[in-house]
Write a protein that binds this ligand. Structure first.
Ligand code: FES
Length: 155
């Protein structure tokens, strides 16, 4: 990963609390999570309490304080997907990766997230890996789909 200096991201914004969220979003985009050191920089730059920054980082779903896997598997738990067995799909993904939703595999390759309706209900049950949608997924398909992301391109 191409690490940039946190300062570069943070200091392109004025010293104004209105930009806290924008700073965090930029850091999240660059690092895929918000390292503690980055929060410390924001705290110092804007003179705001760390507890407040932690509060924001945990409140906004798009932000994460923990590193996420290279491949993010989102399992839809919306009504249409739920009715069509998304729980079984989730269970199979968790089994294949030996982690639970909200966790990341030890090799850092996969994270599992449960999300609300992904807007593709006609294809329920739906999972999304990174930006790719997989519809009408059956538990028996899960291994094959995950294997696509285990390959060398994802080393
Ligand atoms: S409920 Fe899953 S895509 Fe809408």
């Amino acid at each position: 990963m191409n690490y940039v200096n946190y300062d570069e991201i943070i200091e392109k914004y004025p010293r104004d609390e209105r930009f806290i969220l924008a700073m965090m979003q930029d850091i999240q985009k660059e690092y895929k999570f918000i390292p503690k050191e980055a929060l410390e920089k924001i705290s110092e730059y804007l003179d705001v309490q760390m507890t407040r920054l932690y509060g924001m980082a945990t409140f906004y779903k798009a932000l994460s304080l923990k590193p996420k896997g290279k491949n993010i598997i989102k399992v839809c738990a919306g009504t249409a997907c739920h009715v069509r067995g998304s729980a079984l799909i989730l269970k199979e993904i968790e089994k294949q990766l030996s982690i639970k939703s909200g966790q990341t595999t030890e090799d850092g390759k996969f994270s599992i997230e449960i999300v609300n309706c992904l807007g593709a209900c006609a294809l329920a049950p739906v999972i999304v890996i990174n930006d790719k949608y997989y519809g009408k997924v059956k538990p028996a398909d899960v291994k094959e789909i995950i294997d696509l992301y285990r390959g060398e391109n994802n080393e």
